[in-house]
Design a protein around this ligand. Structure first.
Ligand SMILES: C[S@@+](CC[C@H](N)C(=O)[O-])C[C@H]1O[C@@H](n2cnc3c(N)ncnc32)[C@H](O)[C@@H]1O
Length: 214
């Protein structure tokens, strides 16, 4: 990735170090680690991050919606690309302490001016948001994918892109992922494909021009 500013690269490097430390700790904890999931970044990872960064540069959205700020790893990458194309990132997160940490990192990277931090339950925040959204990263707890999708779908701009993370891994979220993908498949104006990158991303585009969805 080519960042817009050296400060962004420094902050991202720190995230990568914490991601590596998290991975070691999770491995040592085993299944018991699930109960401690709020202590971990749970990031999209560098490969998916690079795809998101590239897509934002190419699609040049005006407004990006991120569901699941967590500690700000993906927010940093979205915001870096957003600044380059004059976009704003609206990021939503339930845990105030996570979003506070993310805000500090984005400030240090000089990117806080690009990000609109909204703290609370995503379903309520989406209902209160006006949109339209040209780009959505869906990366909150997996049982919320389908209800969140149904809430933001009417607020999507034409040609909006939706990237949903964790479609392949972890395995225990498979039922929720099937429900999400079925909801996408049922709509005539969404073209979608599953990319086996990172934990698996479902990449969808709102596209009304065609009339024969297979
Ligand atoms: C997988 S993490 C997001 C990781 C982040 N996108 C990244 O790449 O760094 C999922 C986040 O969704 C948040 N979350 C869970 N339920 C939520 C809800 N109802 N509303 C908003 N955020 C929620 C969790 O607190 C958690 O931080």
């Amino acid at each position: 990735m080519i960042f817009s500013d050296a400060r962004v690269a420094i902050v991202f490097d720190r995230y990568k170090q914490r991601e590596a430390a998290d991975r070691k700790r999770m491995q040592s904890l085993g299944p018991a680690g699930f109960a401690l999931r709020d202590e971990f970044l749970l990031p999209v990872g560098e490969d998916v991050g690079a795809v998101l960064h590239t897509l934002v540069l190419a699609r040049r959205p005006k407004t990006i919606l991120e569901l699941g700020t967590s500690y700000g790893y993906s927010t940093l990458l979205l915001a870096d690309a957003a600044r380059s194309v004059g976009a704003t990132v609206v990021t939503m997160e339930l845990a105030d302490y996570k979003q506070a940490f993310a805000r500090e990192q984005l400030e240090e990277a000089g990117l806080d001016g690009v990000v609109d931090f909204r703290c609370g339950d995503a379903l309520e925040l989406i209902a209160a948001a006006s949109g339209p959204f040209d780009f959505v990263l869906l990366d909150i707890w997996k049982d919320l994918y389908r209800p969140c999708f149904e809430a933001f779908y009417p607020k999507l701009a034409e040609e909006a892109i939706i990237a949903a993370d964790n479609v392949i891994f972890p395995n225990f979220d498979r039922a929720e992922m099937r429900a999400y993908r079925a909801a996408i498949a049922a709509l005539p104006d969404l073209s979608s494909t599953l990319l086996p990158i990172g934990q698996g991303i479902e990449l969808s585009v709102k596209w009304s021009a065609g009339n024969a969805k297979l």
